[in-house]
Design a protein around this ligand. Sequence first.
Ligand code: NDP
Length: 250
Amino acid sequence: MTRILFKDRVALVTGGNKGIGKAICTHLAEHGARIACGYGRDRKAAEAYEQEFSQKGYQGKVYQCDVTEPEQIVATVEQVVQDFGRIDILVNNAGITSDKTVLKMETADWQKVLRTNLSSCFYLSKAVLPHMLKQKYGRIINISSVIGLSGNIGQANYASAKAGLFGFTKTLALETARKGITVNAVAPGFVRTEMTEKIPPEIIQKTLDQIPMRRFAEPHEISRVVVFLAQEDSSYITGQIYGINGGLYM
Ligand code: NDP
């Protein structure tokens, strides 16, 4: 039987309709959390997930919200609080890539990736913080990437955004340390999702050759660490970065 770890807790997970975010929503819900599942453009995937979710008897709702739009974020957070009465856990998971070498990268590629992967985490954290401060309780988990630690050819925008998340995580952890709120980041290696389906086969092979475990992660191998950090008992862990990368970066 699954242990109830999140009785009466509400989690907002951005990009929860697929990939790593979906695994996080499912895993949190399995342990009793009520879920506000954010999504961007893919309404079909969100509706399919909502149906799957309610068939399993989990409690939750999907919310369309473009994480690059601060006003939409404020409205969504207010709606979630209206629907569920509180927000205890925020998982900043939504993210994109738009790969090109620096020489070929357009300003738009740079800005889009920085806005989606980094600025969004500032907007969302700022919007949920007043609620967490009032509750004197909160868990914020930012989904970064191994690329933020190592860099990667063709991903200056993505690496900068994900590295920026480390500084953001540590600073917000300091600012909230005495308020019952913890802030941590996870830095996954390569995970089997739509994001990595776009990688050309020859690059996939080269990447696999560099991963000591010789395989990509499955989304649930990331979500179990997020669930660990989101628990009430993980109360003395803050400002940390958890690498989950099959040994790719040590
Ligand atoms: P997917 O491409 O499978 O999913 C991305 C999610 O982000 C979707 O739910 C998408 O919603 C959402 N999203 C994208 N842009 C926006 C936006 N502007 N507003 C709201 N939601 C948006 O990615 P993964 O599951 O692979 O990645 C999840 C996170 O993990 C990302 O932050 C990624 O950088 C990180 N990561 C992934 C790794 C991997 O190998 N897959 C490795 C390391 C980190 P919709 O589809 O509805 O638009």
